[in-house]
Design a binder for this molecule. Structure first.
Ligand SMILES: CC(C)(COP(=O)(O)OP(=O)(O)OC[C@H]1O[C@@H](n2cnc3c(N)ncnc32)[C@H](O)[C@@H]1OP(=O)(O)O)[C@@H](O)C(=O)NCCC(=O)NCCS
Length: 166
């Protein structure tokens, strides 16, 4: 298995994979593939990593620039998806490890909205006062690379607004 940057031909298969993998998730809005397309169209994908095995794309991770309150320099991870037939083979972990390695060189920390039971293993956790409007605070998590606790509203790229009702 290889983790590599997205190349131009990958976009359609990434879209299908994101849609297929997130169908399993109760809180999925069904708009995640469009969010990735919008981030790509705006040149806002700080990271767009694919996991490939035998020429097939089996996993995907996106990261984009975010702020916490007024503090720039955060990397927002999401979506992270693995093909349902390939779960529990370490693919999500491999994508995350590479993403964190890369973000450490450019960002003050990484943040995401997701299941703490999964992301805790990578060092992500909730912080008092860290939040996203409309999300339970326990799912809003950060991993500050300098160890300084973040506080305030996590502000992601406007493309994520595609999952809000118009
Ligand atoms: C979550 C996801 C990316 C994990 O990918 P993966 O390649 O299966 O994960 P890994 O093989 O690296 O790690 C598997 C471990 O995580 C655990 N795990 C996976 N999803 C979990 C969850 N939602 N909560 C708790 N643990 C979880 C597995 O039980 C396994 O634990 P073990 O190693 O102790 O057996 C994948 O299951 C997926 O695409 N799910 C649907 C989309 C999704 O939920 N994305 C995250 C929100 S954007």
């Amino acid at each position: 298995m290889l983790i590599r940057d997205e190349t131009p031909g990958d976009a359609p298969v990434i879209g299908r994979l994101v849609t297929e993998a997130l169908l399993l998730l109760a809180q999925s809005t069904g708009t995640e593939a469009r969010i990735v397309e919008a981030l790509r169209a705006e040149g806002a994908l700080a990271l767009s990593l694919v996991a490939e095995d035998a020429g097939e794309v089996i996993g995907y991770l996106a990261a984009s620039a975010a702020r916490i309150e007024t503090q720039d320099g955060w990397g927002l991870i999401g979506p992270l998806v693995v093909a349902p037939s390939r779960h529990r083979q370490g693919i999500g972990t491999a994508l995350m490890a590479q993403a964190l390695r890369r973000l450490r060189t450019t960002c003050r920390g990484a943040a995401l909205v997701g299941d703490p039971a999964y992301y805790g293993r990578f060092g992500f956790r909730a912080f008092p006062g860290l939040g996203v409007a409309g999300c339970p605070p326990e799912v809003v998590q950060a991993l500050p690379f300098d160890g300084v606790a973040p506080c305030g509203e996590l502000i992601h790229h406007p493309a994520f607004g595609l999952d809000q009702p118009a």
